[in-house]
Design a protein around this ligand. Sequence first.
Ligand code: DGY
Length: 325
Amino acid sequence: MTCPKVYVTRELPQKALSMLKEECEVEVNPHDRPLTRLELKKAIEDVDGLLCLLTDQIDAELLDLNPKLKVIANYAVGYDNIELKACTERGIAVSNTPGVLTETTADLTWALLMSVARRIVEGDKFTRAGNYENWGPMMLLGKDISGKTLGIVGMGRIGEAVAKRAKGFDMEVLYYDLERKDRVKEQELSIKYREFDTLLQEADFISLHVPLNSATENLISERELELMKESAYLINTSRGAVIDEQVLVYALRNGEIAGAGLDVYEDEPKLTPGLAKLNNVVVTPHIGSASIDTRTKMATMAAENLLAGLQDEEMPNLLNPEVLD
Ligand code: DGY
């Protein structure tokens, strides 16, 4: 192929853009915001490769605008923004960025867990507002983390990294996953398998690490929140739609659970009305992987994937190998 054309849907770390520019004709979204649907349609029209983000909805209607599109590299490990089947049907290879963001996302999971349990954000606001006039035995009391039970839903790479960190807090770690780990792995990570409902009933902190798909959408809804202890906290750094957010707001407001730490939302970047008003929730703007090193690694990994696909080489993180048949 002569110089392939590539569109990058958002400014990325320069290292990745330079890699692409050495081999391709590259256009980058000039705005400091995601492309509108119309802009995305225009951007995709004439390119061989697309490097896109979780904010870009890649569906059949869009793909049909460009029959020569060959490769899509998603700048994320999650790829629920892409209709994979539609890509495969059109012979388009799709990749993601697994592995490089595992530790960074596990760190943020713990930051949220600790912030909500120890009321860090409330304490920060209180102190900045000049309300810290004297030390008090009953001021901003939170919950202990050490020695408590952590329930991890989804024991993939990030779930495992979260579990490893729990050892430092002498926690009992329970997990639920569609596939149970073997004994050796369970021992190595000091984790115990539980059925989903049992985990919800036993854990003091529940952290979600599942991909978003039809089976996990609204995985946490009214029934699940009712099963949780009133003293329990829910942490979500996976995808927002795994939780029914309206039901969660109700549960948090009415003390059905103690609190939540959320980095992702059902209808990002919008928050369900009422959520931001609650003191027992800590909210961050989908920054699970947002460290300088990790975002650079994600960008270079996405660029490598895209270049390999365009050059008919094996794509390191190909999601739909059937496309090669
Ligand atoms: C992902 O990679 O799926 C995260 O949500 C963003 O880094």
